[in-house]
Design a protein around this ligand. Structure first.
Ligand code: NCD
Length: 335
């Protein structure tokens, strides 16, 4: 049988760039990395894998999990890091354009991980980098209300692991609830659903926060079924997973989110009895009150595991990006 060429990527900008082969490969790699991380010997092996690389973490939008998980992923692999977390501390205040600043980072490091408020900036930076001598990869760690591709990858991993004994993501009904309009996590995740067979999406949101037309068009063009509703209780029994998001009011122009009644878009303990016994509850976090803290002890609540998976998936991303995946997949500890 002819061997398929291995899928590769350079920049990570938006989830449309991923196909099933690379998604499966990243998931396998993440699982293999987690096995290494179970022992001191394995952790020391991982720490030597990319000790010759340096990363820039440019996060000018608030971040806890994404920043810390990228930072810790770097530490796990021995990658040295530099960081900017506030543009007020960079030469942008002297009037340097952001693209010039990004080009400067490329002079010093081997990969730039960036989170900014600006949609499309990671793409612009990537096209600039593609035309300069020192071409380094850009990883989009969240671009405004548009995309959050690495979050979608860790979400796929969490879904696949949760459905491991149950046929994986194929054939599942996945609910998404909350601010679907401005939630970059759900938007990015939707684009990946075309890679799975017979997935059905159920969008649960008030009109003001309904899923964008761009995403719905894309789902239609790839034959992914979806339905929209405002009634959580009526759809809960059908769902294999529910992915809940917070209202993204940092994108409000003048506090308009406060005018919307969101009381019906919260998950409490009373909802749990309506859900399938093997259903999965996810949230990219941070949460406010859209999931009651008492839900945390239900075995179906996977969001804290999802958060930790983020670190392992980001290790896998660096491993793949710097082409040392064979050293993990065929590493001595797995022999
Ligand atoms: C999300 C984000 O920043 O888009 N958080 C995260 O990266 N885990 C979701 C959110 O802030 O609501």
């Amino acid at each position: 049988m002819e061997r398929q060429p291995k899928p590769e990527f350079f920049h990570i900008l938006r989830t449309q760039q991923f196909d099933r082969a690379i998604l499966d490969e990243l998931c396998e790699l993440t699982t293999a990395i987690r096995k290494f991380a179970k022992t001191k010997e394995g952790l020391l092996y991982l720490r030597g894998l990319l000790a010759h690389k340096r990363a820039m973490l440019y996060f000018t939008q608030p971040s806890t999990r994404t920043f810390l998980s990228f930072n810790n992923a770097c530490q796990i692999l021995g990658i040295q890091t530099s960081e900017i977390r506030d543009s007020a501390t960079s030469s942008e205040v002297k009037g340097e354009s952001l693209l010039d600043s990004l080009r400067t980072f490329s002079s010093y490091v081997d990969v730039v991980v960036m989170r900014t408020n600006a949609e499309g900036l990671a793409e612009n930076a990537a096209s600039l980098f593609d035309h300069i001598q020192r071409r380094v990869p850009i990883i989009n760690a969240g671009s405004g209300k548009d995309q959050h591709p690495t979050q979608a990858l860790l979400d796929i991993y969490t879904l696949e692991r949760s459905f491991k004994e149950n046929g994986g993501i194929d054939g599942k009904t996945i609910g998404m609830m909350g601010d679907l309009k401005r939630g970059r996590t759900v938007r990015s995740l939707c684009y990946l659903m075309k890679n799975y067979r017979n997935v059905r999406l159920v969008f649960i949101a008030p009109d003001d926060f309904a899923m964008g037309e761009d995403i719905k068009k894309s789902l239609q063009s790839h034959g992914v079924q979806y339905q929209e509703t405002k009634d959580l209780k009526s759809v809960l029994p059908q769902l294999d997973a529910i992915y809940i998001t917070r209202i993204q009011d940092e994108h409000d122009k003048a506090g308009e989110s406060k005018q919307v009644d969101i009381s019906a878009y919260k998950l409490g303990v009373d909802h749990l009895k309506l859900m399938k016994p093997a259903a999965v509850i996810m949230h990219p976090l941070p949460r406010r009150d859209e999931i009651h803290p008492d839900v945390d002890t239900d075995p179906r609540a996977k969001y804290w595991r999802q958060e930790r998976n983020g670190m392992w998936m980001r290790v896998a991303i660096f491993v793949k990006l710097f082409k040392v995946d064979h050293l993990v997949m065929h590493g001595h500890l797995l022999d």
